[in-house]
Design a protein around this ligand. Structure first.
Ligand code: SF4
Ligand code: SF4
Length: 487
């Protein structure tokens, strides 16, 4: 049989049983004693590159002995059929091929547009990547004319897609309420004319909403995410108002009213995890007790390294994620939902078998529009000329889009080739890579090992829930996500 590669896999254990996750196909297999023996042999005797091991199969078969060899040969054939084992003579291509760079971007639909309603904010969060919401440019507000044109751009460029998404974003979008309201009303009317539907989501710091605005969010079923960092002490430490006082009390009062008023779409919250972070279970409990549907934790993206998480902080983050995962399983087994959205998103990916060639949808079907109509790779690249991909007046620069997609494809990231997370992480966030690796095209090598630990935790959680309440996994898998929407 010659040389073979056991490719892109992570071994893991749950309650004494051994499993193997094959990252290219998304298969999770429980190992029987033969395959266990083989994986052990491969790990001890093979040559490793990332999560891939190359070994001589003939040598393996010789050492199991002539009697056992036929059974082992059968097991190897089965692993090869599943494309987990790449035998020199097999063509790996049915389940495990990576989607290619789109042959042409001309017909690629735009599905989601993030509207930067205001490059301005009334808070002064210590970790803000957007320079107090202004994105390094003078403050700007989107006009009604630009907003209407952007809606038209989205509907036109969504081609045959029946549904589009508008993300209402800033800085702080409520600083431009008149236009926010107009976008929603106008987009609903226009979408109808085009025979399409439009869904909305909104990210806000929650300090400015009035009751009238909350009723509006309710009426239009606007999925809302309020940025909060946990308890008052944790929140006020990093999220002061422009005048210096903490923003917790205002956000909190508004959230209470919002949750009472707006019941037509889920309302979640996002915690930015910076150095010295509060115990996650405390933050989670505190925020769920307010009535939020779920809580997501996002490590700070920070050029100011004082707030960025170091290795010890990341290890602590993982340890606390592990504790939350235990609570999550306990709830899931009882058919209850613990709103820890990081884990939900991961379980969904494992359940539906994601095969991504890109870290996220940015530049594929997901773009951001600046207050004056520029189109950018995503909201984090707003106002950054290097990542401007056209504008709403003359359209997307399709050739540039094609070049960017070719540059960002996971097959261009050498270290990802042999990684088990090639089709899940796919090199990760381009903005993070720019900040931490100095080049948006590079893989996010600073977090590979953390990602492996996190995915392994997800796999263990997945198997535990699968064994006790598989229907739970079907239920949560209805939730979708195209680009990250952290602000
Ligand atoms: S960046 Fe992601 S896909 Fe690439 S090697 Fe690291 S963990 Fe794997
Ligand atoms: S993951 Fe990174 S590149 Fe993708 S949408 Fe989010 S910030 Fe932008």
């Amino acid at each position: 049989m010659g040389t073979a590669q056991l490719r892109n896999y992570i071994p893991f254990e749950v309650s004494g049983s051994e499993y193997l996750f094959h990252g290219l196909s998304g298969n999770i297999v429980q190992l029987d004693h033969l395959s266990r023996e083989f994986v052990r042999y491969a790990e001890q005797n093979g040559t490793r590159s990332g999560d891939t091991v190359e070994l001589d199969v003939d040598e393996y078969l010789a050492q199991v002995g002539a009697d056992a060899a036929p059974r082992h040969r059968q097991m190897l054939a089965e692993l090869s059929r599943l494309e987990i084992l790449d035998l020199a003579e097999t063509e790996l291509k049915r389940f495990t091929a990576t989607p290619p760079v789109p042959a042409s971007t001309e017909g690629l639909p735009v599905k989601t547009l993030v509207f930067h309603l205001a490059n301005a904010c009334n808070l002064r969060c210590t970790y803000c990547y957007a320079g107090d919401g202004e994105y390094g440019a003078p403050q700007k507000y989107m006009s009604i004319e630009t907003a209407e044109r952007a809606i038209r751009f989205l509907l036109e460029n969504s081609f045959d897609e029946k549904s589009v998404t508008i993300v209402l974003f800033g800085g702080e979008p409520f600083l431009n309420w008149k236009v926010l309201k107009h976008i929603v009303e106008h987009a609903v009317e226009e979408a109808k004319r085009w025979g399409k539907t439009v869904t909305f989501s909104l990210t806000t710091n929650g300090t400015l909403m009035t009751e009238e605005q909350m009723v509006f969010l309710h009426k239009y079923k606007i999925g809302t995410s309020v940025s909060m960092d946990g308890t008052k002490a944790a929140h006020d430490r990093n999220r002061p108002m422009a005048g210096g006082q903490g923003s917790y009390d205002r956000t909190s009062q508004n959230v209470a009213k919002l949750l009472e008023t707006h019941t037509t779409a889920p309302i979640g919250t996002r915690v930015t995890v910076a150095k010295g972070f509060e115990k996650l279970e405390t933050s989670l409990e505190h925020l769920l007790a307010k009535g939020f549907y779920e809580v997501g934790f996002a490590p700070v993206t920070e050029s100011n390294m004082e707030l960025a998480l170091g290795d010890d902080d990341l290890a602590e983050l993982l340890r606390q994620f592990r504790q939350l995962a235990e609570l999550y399983v306990e709830a899931a087994v009882n058919n209850e939902y613990l709103g820890f959205s990081n884990l939900t998103n991961l379980l969904k990916e494992l359940h539906t078998g994601t095969n991504k060639a890109y870290g996220c949808g940015a530049g594929l079907g997901f773009f951001a529009v600046s207050p004056d109509g520029g189109l950018y790779l995503c909201h984090r690249f707003n106002e950054n000329e290097q990542f401007k991909l056209g504008d709403i007046y003359f359209g997307l620069h399709r050739r540039r889009q094609q070049e960017v997609l070719a540059e960002l494809h996971v097959d261009r990231k050498e270290s990802c080739t042999f990684c088990a997370l090639k089709h899940i992480c796919s090199g990760g966030c381009y903005y993070e890579a720019m900040e931490r690796q100095g080049d948006y095209r590079r893989p996010n090598a600073h977090y590979c090992s953390w990602m492996h630990d996190w995915i392994t935790l997800g796999l263990q959680t997945y198997v535990k829930i699968l064994e006790k309440n598989p229907a739970f996994l079907d239920r949560i898998s209805g939730i979708g996500k195209e680009g990250c929407m952290s602000n």
